[in-house]
Ligand binder design. Structure first.
Ligand SMILES: Cc1cc2nc3c(=O)[nH]c(=O)nc-3n(C[C@H](O)[C@H](O)[C@H](O)COP(=O)(O)OP(=O)(O)OC[C@H]3O[C@@H](n4cnc5c(N)ncnc54)[C@H](O)[C@@H]3O)c2cc1C
Length: 446
């Protein structure tokens, strides 16, 4: 069987002309690929980060697109952070390593719950029922024409660069869900289209956190909070600065205005049974044994020349497939396609497009192979593709990635604090240790 020629060197604007026609922003804030990732990693300043990360001008790393697409692993970013501080004082990089742990945590939760990340884990804790939230995403937010200088600036930055500082994401998400009463899934889809780091784990679970569908109370902010971390840059040019600013109020007044109480409306339903997150094995399956005839399948969660299966099979053919269905479903923006293309074009892969399972199977058959080697992904789509390949008689080998945080016990993922107590020793490069006691328990026993 003959394979179609590789699309690796075809510019993405030719591959996806409709996307590039629709989205005028073809290049995001970061260039794709390992060389660009290592340059960004070399600029990391984890110590100053610990002091000023909440400020819009703080020393945030902007590494998220590389982490999201596996150009860098969390473990190597952590190692780079620890290399900045004396071995005797790893806690000077504490805040940065702790932030990385959120990525690991959300990814692990996603691996457990799959598509449920699109459903409210619990009802909104705002007193409003689900039916009070609009399913239509407001055009003025999407286009940046709300008339609020801060909201419009973040909307523009998101669409033009594919990046927002964490604080801007929280502020914008809170505005969408709580001020405009739009369901969080609408905002999450908008972010997923534009963010270079967008993924259903970290995106949706942060939206659920802001919305209060996975947290005891909704996230709110006010003008004082904005000015503390952003200065005057927005208010100085906002027509509503001297009257009519919806954020110019105390938290108590905002809460009174926006919510109907501080708990769920009667009859509200949640979709997550927390028991699913209670005792989750942390360790990856062992590395498989290399076989002579394998082909390698590289997917979008690990776009690096350090890819474990590429490394195990340096001389075997490898394939990457543009997942047309997923790109359409997420309405992935041009700048994000460019980023992915830049990552892929550094790799020794044959590039195809279409139905992923079908294309990978055709590639393996064309090379006379029954074994497909790849790396893990928390995505339910990955699980479905692996199942489809296995049902066609292929053996799929999953080569594990370095672990960010090992534990002595199965992980309790119900809340981040408990997960962190279990993995933090290992996340700082030490052998895994018994979970530190919770603060309250430590007090009681002391
Ligand atoms: C509504 C909303 C949506 C978000 N969507 C995404 C998303 O789709 N993808 C994504 O990677 N992050 C998402 N985040 C988390 C966070 O905002 C970004 O990871 C961070 O802003 C990326 O910038 P940075 O690399 O400069 O981060 P830094 O502050 O330098 O942090 C270093 C790394 O730690 C991890 N990290 C930091 N904060 C968080 C966090 N709150 N949750 C999870 N990981 C974190 C990221 O991998 C990040 O690259 C979202 C946050 C919110 C509030």
């Amino acid at each position: 069987m003959t394979l179609p020629g590789s699309l690796r060197d075809m510019p993405p604007a030719e591959l996806f002309p409709e996307v590039y026609a629709r989205d005028p922003h073809h290049q995001g804030f970061a260039r794709g690929g390992r060389a660009a990732a290592l340059e960004a990693l070399a600029r990391l300043d984890p110590v100053t980060y610990g002091r000023d990360r909440s400020s819009l001008d703080g020393h945030v790393s902007r590494l998220s697109p590389y982490i999201r697409h596996g150009v860098l692993t969390l473990a190597e970013v952590r190692d780079a952070a620890l290399a900045h501080v004396p071995a005797t004082a790893p806690s000077r990089a504490w805040k940065f390593v702790n932030e990385l742990s959120w990525h690991d945590y959300f990814t692990r939760v996603y691996a457990q719950v799959g598509e449920l990340v699109w459903q409210n884990f619990q009802p909104y804790q705002t007193g409003w029922p689900q039916s009070a939230y609009s399913y239509d995403f407001p055009e003025d937010i999407a286009q940046g024409t709300s008339g609020l200088a801060c909201i419009d600036a973040w909307s523009r930055e998101l669409r033009e660069t594919g990046y927002l500082h964490n604080h801007s994401r929280m502020w914008l998400a809170s505005y969408v869900v709580h001020h405009r009463r739009v369901w969080w899934q609408g905002g999450a889809s908008w972010f997923l289209t534009h963010l270079l780091d967008g993924d259903p784990a970290n995106n949706n679970l942060n939206w659920q956190w802001v919305a209060s569908t996975w947290r005891a109370y909704p996230y709110l902010w006010n003008r004082g909070n904005l000015q503390k971390y952003a200065g005057q840059r927005y208010c100085a040019e906002c027509p509503l600065a001297s009257g009519g600013c919806p954020f110019d109020a105390t938290y108590a007044a905002l809460s009174e205005r926006l919510f109907r109480g501080k708990k769920a409306a009667p009859g509200g339903e949640g979709h997550l049974d927390p028991a699913r997150l209670q005792a989750v094995p942390w360790e990856p399956p062992p590395a498989p044994e290399a076989v002579p005839d394998a082909v390698v399948w590289v997917h979008g969660d690990r776009l690096s020349p350090t890819h474990e299966a590429l490394t195990a099979y340096p001389d075997r053919p490898a394939v990457f497939v543009w997942d047309d269905d997923l790109l359409r479903q997420w309405q992935v923006s041009a700048k994000r396609q460019t980023f992915i293309h830049e990552c892929v074009s550094e790799l020794p892969v044959h590039v195809l497009r279409g139905d992923v399972a079908g294309q990978v199977a055709a590639f393996a058959r064309a090379h006379g192979s029954r074994t497909i080697a790849t790396t893990p992904s928390p995505s339910p789509r990955f699980t479905a593709i692996v199942a489809a390949l296995e049902s066609e008689g292929f053996t799929v080998q999953v080569w594990p990635e370095p672990v960010f945080g090992a534990s002595l016990t199965p992980l309790d993922l119900r809340v981040h604090g408990d997960y962190w107590r279990q993995v933090s020793a290992s996340a700082f490069g030490k052998p895994p240790a018994p979970p530190k006691p919770r603060r309250a328990q430590a007090k009681a026993s002391g």
